[in-house]
Design a protein around this ligand. Structure first.
Ligand SMILES: Nc1ncnc2c1ncn2[C@@H]1O[C@H](COP(=O)(O)OP(=O)(O)OP(=O)(O)O)[C@@H](O)[C@H]1O
Ligand SMILES: [Mg+2]
Length: 257
């Protein structure tokens, strides 16, 4: 196997909060251009693990490797420059800014000098162009002028996805992107995530509680339990895994696959 097939690797990665071990010695590899889901019950350590990958938390021990280089101790803004984009479990938009302004702001992360997004320019800058492209990608082009707070929840999640896409990351870390969405809106967002991953040659890491979604779109699934990796494999392997069935899936989810 070629070494550069792995875009992210963790080596003995752990995070302790006092005596609680939230992430416990996790060794995980993520294949470039794959959709890799992390599942596990509440409190399993999924969000903490994402925080370690994105640099929002520093590990107690272990390493995070991106494209074969250790990035464990890099600050968060560097992670974005390195091509790691993430979403937080809580919708992370600016409610009083319009859709355009939110995405424009996110796309400026990569521009060093200009943080004045309200500046009037007669010319379309690269940033503006990128903003329109992204709004089109996530299906919010005709809502450009609407303040984010006035969007329905489903569109807010699309906006959040747009904000992650704006700086054109190689890896998207999506923490429960469908959380709080009405069931009938979920397929559209999932389809959008798949499209973004496939068309854009992106690697997507996804934390998701909806097992039907996870089983239908993932290339690889890692099951976490009490901070540890309990199992890893394809959706078929995870579905058939007795240990996962007993410890987790059987008790918590109805599997409809
Ligand atoms: N900042 C923190 N300080 C102390 N304990 C924390 C902190 N963040 C998380 N924890 C604890 O670490 C454990 C893992 O939490 P985490 O949020 O990573 O789980 P999760 O798998 O994302 O759960 P959920 O599915 O509910 O989102 C939990 O026991 C949680 O209470
Ligand atoms: Mg979480």
């Amino acid at each position: 196997m070629m070494e550069n097939e792995w875009i992210i690797e963790t080596v003995n990665l752990s995070k302790h909060f006092g005596s609680l071990v939230a992430v416990d010695n996790v060794n995980l590899k993520v294949r470039k251009n794959s959709l890799h889901a992390i599942i596990g019950p509440n409190g399993a350590g999924k969000t903490t693990f994402f925080n370690l990958l994105s640099g929002n938390l520093k590990p107690t021990t272990g390493k995070v490797i991106f494209h074969g280089k250790e990035i464990t101790h890099q600050p968060v803004y560097r992670m974005i420059h390195h091509g790691l984009g993430r979403s937080f479990q809580i919708t992370n938009i600016f409610p009083n800014l319009t859709v355009f302004e939110n995405i424009r702001l996110a796309s400026q992360v990569l521009e060093k000098e200009n943080f004045n997004f309200l500046i009037k320019t007669s010319q379309l800058t690269d940033c503006d162009r990128r903003t329109w492209e992204v709004m089109e990608r996530v299906g919010l082009k005709d809502r450009a002028a609407i303040p984010a707070r006035n969007l329905p929840h489903g569109d807010q999640r699309k906006l959040e996805l747009g904000m992650i896409l704006a700086p054109d990351p190689e890896v998207l870390l999506l923490d429960e992107p469908t959380a709080g969405m009405a069931a009938e809106q979920v397929p559209e967002l999932i389809h959008l995530i798949q499209e973004i991953q496939k068309a854009g040659n992106k690697t997507v890491m996804l934390v998701e509680h909806n097992m039907n979604v996870v089983m239908s779109i993932s290339d690889t699934i890692t099951v976490m339990h009490l901070g540890k990796v309990l199992a890893e494999g394809s959706p078929a392997q995870i579905t058939a895994n007795k240990e996962v069935q007993t410890a987790y899936l059987g008790g918590l989810y109805e599997l409809d696959v």
